[in-house]
Design a protein around this ligand. Structure first.
Ligand code: GLC
Length: 567
């Protein structure tokens, strides 16, 4: 059953958010039979590696990232039998399947945590972090001042006792203690179980945070209005992390030859990431960083006006280049614009007024960069941020819900908050996948998840785009076919790469020299710009306008114009 091909050469990845991908049984929630029904679609698109967000049993506080039973498929999504079927059907079509493995925390409804609450002397108590609060007069305060990722203290009091437990994400997601060898063995067993079933590998969720500073001393630094300090150095990329993962590699990843993609946010540098993913000495195959995700100032932008949110094209180029330079001959590297934790890229760096042009331009830039490209479901039809008009519409995302509570407490009105959420909330990328111009966009006969985006009626749906040879969808399919041509693939992965005119504030352009010689040139503005070019264009391989405008070595680039040319 082991996967003998654990290379990423010739891989184009596709990220599936199961809750809103495809509803197969009509209950208004996406599910595994729904995914199976779309495997032909995915094969035809040309992708060959699926990362599926968590499918395990969960009370869905964080939409599946709060796992209450790792060995049972979430009944909302189907049965264990459905999951086996999914693996079989995907493999028949040449699609490898990587499942999302949540290692940093469980749900508070997981039996380990329930036991730990009931019996402080049980072994499971040591799987989590329980600490005494600080007494101040009659009050009991959390053990320290650390702030977590979802806008709260990392401590939650257990009833009205003096004990608190630690949670970096929502309070229904207690962190587990990887310093405990028995806990580690539990996770290794679960990994073996899924490899036995035939999964090809794991996306390792929130990997950077497995090791904490167990002195739990107060963080120094700027306090928020509740006296909390957000200091990721206390729980991100700490030295012990590498020991835990080496053991994981020795006991599971290496003997089972599986693919491993780690999520390593928390401001990790390429050098730190290489400690994880270096081909010779690393412990996993590749790491997802967040550096290319917020280069328009939308993160935390509540006080900004819409007109201040603008793509910093130079920063974007700098971030890709920095990772390329560190990794290209040492590590595999994913490149991606979006996943379920970010707003839609079309709304971030593209422009809905130029949906078609900007979706194609962004994809072309990404697809031919060094690394393994990952498409987030819906990007292939140009899906954009949610069109919601009040904060509550975004509340299926618990981090947004917590953030809104904090913003309201700080006096922000709902209009300002909604404007901000429409550019920054994670719920933006979690609206149902738009399959056709039919009720609920063909997601299912009803919808019990995030509200669908109404723009499915204006051609932002799969079926309409399948029929249109010039659609975004058909462009993606053709571009992927080109990207996977052996000579092009070889050139992207092994040729030499340069950013062209790095300091151009509007254009993202680069070239590759190897078995093939080609350049990608893309205007990332909704207006016309010029770009000097001193090579000799040969064929135009991909283009989102009909004709190339070149005069005296200067390209005139229309809004979001982009092409790939052989030189
Ligand atoms: C990762 C997931 C995110 C989740 C968090 C906690 O960042 O991608 O969706 O909320 O981990 O599991």
């Amino acid at each position: 059953m082991d996967n003998v091909n654990n290379s990423f050469d010739d891989c184009v990845g596709y990220i599936i958010y199961p809750e809103t991908f495809k509803d197969g049984n009509g209950d208004g929630v996406g599910d595994i039979p729904g995914i199976i029904s779309k495997l032909d679609y995915l094969r035809d698109l040309g992708v060959n590696l699926l990362w599926i967000c968590p499918l395990f049993k969960s009370p869905m506080d964080d939409n599946g990232y709060d796992v209450s039973d790792y060995l049972t498929i979430n009944p909302l999504y189907g049965t264990n039998e459905d999951f086996k079927n999914l693996l079989e059907e995907a493999h028949k079509r040449g699609l490898r399947v990587v499942i999302d493995f949540v290692l940093n925390h469980t749900s508070d409804e997981h039996p380990w945590f329930q036991k730990a609450l009931q019996d402080p002397s049980c072994k499971e108590r040591g799987y989590y972090f329980f600490r005494r609060g600080k007494k101040e007069g009659d009050r009991i305060l959390p053990p320290n001042n650390w702030k977590g990722f979802f806008a709260t203290s990392v401590w939650k009091q257990v009833g009205d006792s003096e004990d608190f437990y630690f949670h970096l994400f929502s309070e229904k997601m207690p962190d587990v203690n990887w310093a405990n060898p028995e806990l580690r063995e539990e996770y290794f067993k679960i990994a073996h179980h899924y490899l036995d079933l035939g999964v090809d590998g794991f996306r390792l969720d929130a990997l950077a945070h497995l090791a904490k500073d167990q002195s739990f001393e107060d963080a120094q630094g700027q306090c928020d209005e509740h006296g909390l300090v957000f200091d990721t150095s206390k729980y991100s990329n700490r030295p012990e992390l590498y020991d835990y993962l080496r053991e994981f590699k020795n006991k599971v990843f290496a003997p089972r030859h599986c693919l491993t993609l780690g999520e390593v946010g928390g401001g990790v540098s390429p050098e730190e990431a290489l400690k994880l993913s270096d081909r010779e000495r690393g412990v996993i195959n590749m790491v997802f960083n967040f550096d290319t995700a917020w280069c328009n100032g939308a993160f935390g932008s509540i006080d900004r006006k819409d007109e201040d949110i603008k793509t910093d094209v130079i920063a974007l180029k700098r971030n890709f280049l920095r990772w390329y330079e560190a990794c290209h001959d040492r590590a595999d590297m994913p490149v991606y614009w979006c996943n379920h934790d970010h707003p839609r890229v079309l709304s971030q760096y593209g422009d809905t007024r130029y949906r078609d042009e900007s979706a194609k331009a962004l994809f072309t830039i990404l697809l031919f960069l060094y690394g393994t490209p990952f498409i987030y479901n819906g990007d292939e039809i140009g899906m954009s941020n949610a069109d919601y008009d009040k904060p509550e519409d975004f509340f299926r995302d618990v981090s947004t819900k917590n953030e809104v509570a904090a913003l309201r407490a700080n006096g922000y009105d709902d209009e300002t908050i909604t404007r901000y959420l429409r550019r920054a909330s994670r719920a933006n990328a979690r609206t149902p996948m738009q399959w056709e111009n039919a009720p609920f966009a063909g997601f299912g006969p009803c919808n019990n998840v995030n509200k669908v985006n109404e723009n499915y009626k204006q051609g932002v749906n799969v079926l309409d785009q399948m029929k249109d040879p010039w659609s975004i969808l058909n462009f993606f399919q053709y571009a992927i076919m080109k990207r996977r041509e052996p000579a092009i693939n070889d050139t992207v992965l092994h040729g030499s790469f340069s950013i062209l005119d790095f300091n151009h504030p509007d254009v993202f352009a680069y070239s590759h020299d190897g078995k093939e010689h080609f350049a990608v040139i893309a205007n990332l503005r909704p207006y016309q710009v010029y770009f000097g070019f001193y090579n000799h264009p040969q064929d135009v391989v991909l283009h989102n306008y009909g004709d190339v405008l070149l005069n005296d070595h200067v390209f005139t680039l229309r809004p979001f114009e982009c092409f790939l040319i052989k030189i």
